[in-house]
Design a binder for this molecule. Sequence first.
Ligand code: INI
Length: 155
Amino acid sequence: MVRELKGNLQGAGLRIGIVVARFNESVTSNLLRGALEGLSTHGVHDSNVTVTWVPGSFEIATTAKRLAEGGRVDAVVCLGAVIRHKTDHYRYVAGEAARGIAEVGRETGIPTIFGVLTTDTEAQALERAGGTEGNKGYDAALAAIEMVSLLRQMP
Ligand code: INI
């Protein structure tokens, strides 16, 4: 018989760290609101959530790593908004944020969720932060809960 593993969305008792970038705060504050809503509607208690603000998306991974290694969270949700401007800066920030966040998850074994938007315009980012395209912060929160549940089922 095939053995199938699937995480659930029961967040009761989970401890979640959120790292959120201040850069493009009009977008990231909406992502944060979505993430907090996603956690609370799935049973994660406010007192089990730690929100840490960092200057920009480039700084997310360092901070996520500290949280993940501290042993006080079951998952880390990373939130940021990298918006393309006229220079190449965007590319480096987005690339390092993605690489760094992925590394934290792999190195620590703590689910570290990529909730960093990368868009051409602020309008596109806002659409994905509580606008017409939903809220990627909310989705990231659910991914965190699901991954904790999944990894707990695995030897
Ligand atoms: N940080 C972001 O989170 N989003 C951006 O769009 C962005 N751009 O385009 O410059 C950005 N830059 C700041 C960067 O994350 C660092 O905070 C900064 O370089 C200091 O290390």
